[in-house]
Ligand binder design. Sequence first.
Ligand code: 6GU
Length: 246
Amino acid sequence: MRLDVVTIFPEYLEPLNVSLVGKARARGQLDVRIHHLREWTHDRHHTVDDTPYGGGPGMVMKPDPWGEALDEVIGSGEGEPVIVVPTPSGRPFTQQLAQELSERPWLVFTPARYEGIDRRVIEEYAERHDVREISIGDYVLAGGEAPVLVMVEAVARLLPGVLGNADSHRDDSFASGAMASLLEGPVYTKPPLWRDRGIPEVLLSGHHGRVERWRRDRALERTSAHRPDLIRELGAGTLDRHDRAT
Ligand code: 6GU
């Protein structure tokens, strides 16, 4: 998969050299290219922002540098990228959206600072390309760079061969499957006794069916406590007889 990021803070994207994403790059599974937006400015001060028409606080990112940058980046590859525009006014980023993006060969991210990018840029590229305005949650950040890190990590770990064990995202909170839309419950490892605290007996029983039942009950408890909205959304027929008694 190819990923391009156009930003005025290239150093903000340095975590993409580390850990899961860094290793995927080193193995050639990800081709990540970071671009400095100011390289597509032509004035002495490399201006990327200006005051908003209609007044109001803050600054707006000028359309010209974005247009030149996107034309060059998009023109440098084969095929159709998805253009991902991080913005608090976008659609929510979900595991399903991460999965969808992970199935595309090329993503171009346009993280903005200030009050956002001149609207005409989004309209212009949406006429010819697949443009997605995406928010990572209901809070406001100073710019889209941290959301790009979040989205790239969520997408990269879904690529074939990037995680060591293909099963390891099967039971993830929000993955599909038997534990669909439940939060994951608690996990334990050695030693069996730590500061007088043991581990639940059932996990030592070797009884796979009872372990699965226990995991599902803990997932239901946690989901009820932290995300009652997810319990309400579970479709009729999702809860079995034992679930309803829990
Ligand atoms: Cl994508 N950008 C900014 N600036 N703030 C956010 C966001 C994105 N998602 C949630 N808050």
